[in-house]
Design a protein around this ligand. Sequence first.
Ligand code: OOG
Ligand code: MG
Length: 262
Amino acid sequence: MTLDKDIIRQLAEHLENAELNASPVSKITDAHPKLDWDDAYAIQAEIRRRKESRGQKVAGLKVGLTSRAKMKQMGVETPVFGLIFDYMSVADGGEIRAAELIHPKVEAEIAFVLKSALRGPGCHIGAVLAATDFVVPAVEIIDSRYENFRFDVVSVIADNTSSSRFVVGGVARSVEGLDLRTLGIVMQKNGEIAAMAAGAAALGHPAAAVAMLVNTIAKRGDEVPAGTFIMSGGATEAIPVAAGDAIHVRFQNMGSVSMRFV
Ligand code: OOG
Ligand code: MG
């Protein structure tokens, strides 16, 4: 930690206001170049505290920057962890108001729901699959609060990893008989193919992304409880969207997820 509690609180307020007012800010490492990982996760935790104090609830966890496509696009090579809140949920086929967001992008992800708790260290793909109740297709709408969607790893962690909206759809499936690595994902924007990937894009196997999350939070003594919803990270690069755009993502053997920006 390099920052004191007051600065952490100020930066959390600053970033959360940028989200709530849909107005971008400069990346916080410009003013605080020494900001480290612990500071960044402390700012994220303070954003959580602010939202929970208003009655909003954590709806799930996410891993981000797990695919080469995303790492290359953002220039950040390390996976990051963030929170998804209840108010970010949009129904499959629903509308998302672009005016509430700064410069949204969509990414296709495989999400997990656990039937039993997961605890690290030593969590691995097998343990994740054994603890998975079902997997379900999801689309995350990310919206960095930073100008031009440009950041470094600690700035994006402090900004709750750009979490903004998410849509869960398609068919919930047990992992039995499903090869999550070869599972094809095709994203269409306004009827044209905008991105394609296979499940293996996320760290070789989407369950590896979940294992990484579990092992990371084990370092602070936490486990991931049964029932948790976890998004494993964009398999494709993120596609910019604006009012008027329609997104439709097909997941092999798992149905599809769609939404419209208005
Ligand atoms: C950070 C969040 C990345 C993913 O799935 O890779 C993310 C960003 O790219 O803004 O959610
Ligand atoms: Mg994501």
